[in-house]
Each structure stands twice: as structure tokens, then as C-alpha cells.
Design a protein around this ligand. Structure first.
Ligand SMILES: [Zn+2]
Length: 161
């Protein structure tokens, strides 16, 4: 069974992800990322955002993992919507395995991502390619106005660095 994406209001869900992303403890640390898990019948059963956690807030919990952890039991066959392409590489500050591996492990059917991750430490499309190779349906979100909002509100502003 393929996840019935046509039944979802992806614009509304991506806007919800943007609002979630902004809940991070220190929302000056970009990129902010928000993610939601939706079941095939359209219920939101998991949500999360990228945040600094641990002693001294020196570790990072990624949005996708936070969303999947809160979706206990509902992940298999569901859709994960995220503002940014899921990672495949684990950085020094990040706990646990990469989000792409976790998405596969948890049985997610479909991933919708807002933007490719073009940050310095990741290869853009590596996450998308990993997911494709592991049989996940991957869809690039295609509302330009909302993608502009993701860039403006959640991503690094190159002019400020
Ligand atoms: Zn990640």
C-alpha cells in the first residue's frame, strides 16, 4: 500500500512544521527544523523539532528523531513531513544514528521534505538518495512561497555570517 499523499494538506502540514521548528530552546542556532508524522488516515501522531539537549545543551536532538520517538507505534506505513532533508551523517554533537537510518528502521512509508540540506557538513541529496535506495517514497515539497518562508525563518541567513 502506498501512502495516500493526495489526502493530505501538505501546505498546512509544512506550515505546522515551521511553527514547531521555532519552539527550539535556543532558536538562534540555525537551521531550525520541524517534523510531523501523519498516519494514512490523516492523523498527526508525532511531532518534533531540532533542539539542543543534554548537560549544558551540548548535544543535538534532530527533529525527525523527536517526531518518530513521539509517534510510538504509529510510524509503520506513515508519512514523515520535515522542513529539511533528513541527515545521513552523524555529526559530533548529535546523539544516536542518522535520521535517514531511523526513518527506514521505523517503517515510515513516505517522506516529504521542504528543502535539500545544503549546509557545509552534509551533501545535498545524500539523505534523499539513502531513503530512495531503501524503498521509501520521497517527495520534494513544491510550494515556493512556503519554501521561501523556511529559508527566511529557519535557515542561516548568509548576510548575517
Ligand atoms: Zn537528522
Amino acid at each position: 500500500m502506498t501512502f495516500p499523499l493526495e489526502n493530505l494538506d501538505l501546505n498546512d502540514l509544512m506550515l505546522k512544521c515551521i511553527e514547531l521548528a521555532k519552539q527550539a530552546n535556543n532558536n538562534n542556532y540555525k537551521p531550525l527544523v520541524g517534523a510531523i508524522v501523519v498516519t494514512p488516515n490523516g492523523m498527526i501522531r508525532g511531532q518534533g523539532y531540532r533542539d539542543y539537549i543534554g548537560k549544558g545543551l551540548n548535544m543535538i536532538m534532530h527533529a525527525e528523531r523527536a517526531a518518530l520517538d513521539s509517534a510510538i507505534g504509529y510510524a509503520p506505513g506513515s508519512c514523515l513531513i520535515t522542513t529539511l532533508e533528513p541527515c545521513v551523517r552523524v555529526t559530533r554533537k548529535q546523539l544516536f544514528s542518522s535520521c535517514s537510518e531511523l526513518i527506514v528502521e521505523r517503517g515510515i512509508d513516505t517522506v516529504v521534505y521542504g528543502l535539500l540540506d545544503k549546509s557545509a557538513c552534509f551533501n545535498a541529496s545524500a539523505g534523499v538518495n539513502y531513503l530512495y535506495q531503501h524503498g521509501i517514497n520521497v517527495k520534494r515539497f513544491n510550494n515556493e512561497a512556503i519554501q521561501e518562508l523556511i529559508i527566511k525563518e529557519l535557515m542561516w541567513n548568509p548576510d548575517q555570517n
